[in-house]
Ligand binder design. Structure first.
Ligand code: 5AD
Length: 485
């Protein structure tokens, strides 16, 4: 039974042996931890994700990072170099392909081979495990900013070993956020265990004096996710990471659409992550935030898409996010070209720079929303801790089973799947159906009142049709859906 308990060095090394013995690619590389530590120690601060984030936070600026990944090594390197130069990316990613995310390394290899034959990428990302430590190290060496793996992998243990040993100083994911929104029927017990290992590896490096960054995946399904739900998952994963020795954490949030609610969510997220880390006894964890540009359906028109990207950039900067993940005008078609990717980065950077002196001023509305989100998160975490009899791992597993925590529109069978979100009059995301969510009656009443106001103002019934209209609204240029949109 998985508990929120740091893996001992023996447990860690034993599992490590098993993972490395199942090396899929034939050429078992030298994954010596001491050598990896030596290599990581030599990385200059401007190429270390954790240290560059500390610097950005100190200077109060919003850094930008795209998503990007292709099958072939040289093409991937050229892509990242292009995004660094043309797009002025502050951080670079390697978006990992779907086969690797599901540990299907033979399929990934076939994809690489086919891509070589055809002269273009036939995978939807960079197969980092197949390219191995040598390939990933070459990627790291040929760029001048920090690099992170971004994926969606329930079992990322081998992937994590490879990327960190290659000088990649950040890893995205978590036992909840890379399971429930990504997989159909993988047990949470397992994914929490897998991610404890990934975090313990980072904890190991930390003990050797190398600070690496970890980033729980914030937006979850990216569709009308109430801030208190995504913030709760981010906090739970931060606590799990901190227990394994992680000291540099970036908690994420996906743009909801209402500016005040989005800024409130970012502020609440940072404050409560720090609060709960201290409450659970993790004193010296450095926390930053990442804002995801709109993760829902995008307009297909490129000018409209760019406008949405610029709006998101305004909110991220106005809300004081340390980092922002950018989208592209190709979002509604598929994987973007490098040109489209760089153009969106440039537009994003232009806005973050333009807005950088301004922060959203305090107001009654903002204060209210921050307090509301905090109240909801407290209620959810309390119910989870109670369910787990003090253990957040067991609390999470049982909480999902009972629906105390429930992620809207998640594909996982482990998700209770009963809650339904909808927007209120001014576009803030509220909850229409609560399922068995761990909310107090007071909180539920607040949501009911807000959505009744909306129904009244639009002269319509509070039904699932409202939810559907809201899902499609933004791609049509509205925040609040109207009937039959
Ligand atoms: N390159 C660029 N963007 C990608 N995305 C997924 N794979 C890639 C890739 N290889 C983007 C999708 C979506 C987000 C979840 O990730 O377009 O915006």
């Amino acid at each position: 039974m998985v508990k929120n308990k740091k893996l001992t060095m023996e447990q860690f090394l034993e599992t490590r042996k098993e993972i490395l013995n199942h090396w899929p690619t034939g050429n078992h590389p030298d994954l010596d931890l001491d050598k990896a530590v030596e290599k990581l120690k030599k990385i200059p601060p401007h190429k270390n994700f954790a240290l560059k984030l500390r610097e950005a936070k100190k200077n109060n600026i919003t850094m930008i990072q795209p998503r990007a990944g292709v099958a072939r090594l040289q093409e991937h390197i050229e892509l990242l170099q292009y995004l660094e130069k043309e797009g002025k990316a502050d951080f670079l990613p390697s978006t990992i392909d779907s086969y690797t995310r599901h540990n299907r390394y033979q399929n990934a290899q076939d994809g690489i081979d086919e891509s070589e034959k055809k002269g273009r990428s036939l995978l939807n990302g960079f197969p980092c495990v197949n390219h191995g430590v040598d390939g990933c190290t070459e990627v790291f060496e040929k760029i001048n900013v920090p690099i992170q793996a971004r994926h969606g992998t329930p079992d990322a243990r081998l992937l994590s070993e490879i990327i960190h040993a290659s000088g990649w100083t950040s890893n995205e994911g978590g036992g909840i956020s890379y399971n429930i929104p990504y997989a159909k029927s993988i047990s949470l017990e397992d994914t929490i265990k897998y991610w404890q290992y990934c975090d313990r590896l980072v904890g190991y490096y930390q003990e050797q004096g190398v600070e690496l960054n970890r980033e729980p995946f914030g937006p979850l399904t990216g569709t009308l996710c109430p801030p208190s739900i995504s913030n709760t998952v981010a906090i739970l994963e931060s606590l799990m990471a901190a227990e394994q020795g992680v000291k540099n954490i970036t908690v994420g949030y996906g743009q909801g659409g209402n500016m005040v609610q989005d800024v409130a969510a970012l502020r609440a997220l940072e404050e409560q992550t720090n609060h709960y880390l201290k409450l659970f006894g993790y004193e010296d964890v450095f926390v930053t935030t990442v804002f995801h540009q709109w993760m829902g359906g995008f307009p297909s028109d490129e000018s409209e898409a760019m406008a949405l990207i610029a709006y998101a950039s305004t909110v991220a900067t106005y809300g004081g996010a340390t980092k922002m993940i950018t989208k592209t005008t190709h979002e509604s078609f598929g994987v973007p070209t490098k040109e489209a990717n760089a153009k969106a980065l440039k537009a994003s950077k232009f806005v973050t720079n333009l807005v950088k002196e301004q922060k959203m001023p305090d107001s009654e509305e903002l204060t209210f929303e921050i307090e509301q989100i905090k109240k909801e998160v407290d209620s959810l975490i309390k119910s989870i801790v109670h369910e787990g009899k003090g253990d957040i791992c067991q609390g999470t597993i049982l909480g999902f089973k009972k629906g105390l925590i429930d992620i809207p529109f998640a594909p996982s069978e482990l998700n209770y799947g009963k809650i339904l979100p909808a927007r209120d009059v001014d576009g803030k995301i509220r909850i229409l159906e609560f399922g068995n969510l761990g909310f107090t009656e007071e909180i539920k009443d607040f949501h009911r009142t807000k959505l009744n106001e909306r129904a009244k103002s639009q002269n319509r019934e509070l039904t699932i049709q409202m939810v559907i209209d809201d899902i499609y609204a933004v791609s049509n240029g509205n925040l609040v859906g109207s009937e039959g949109e």
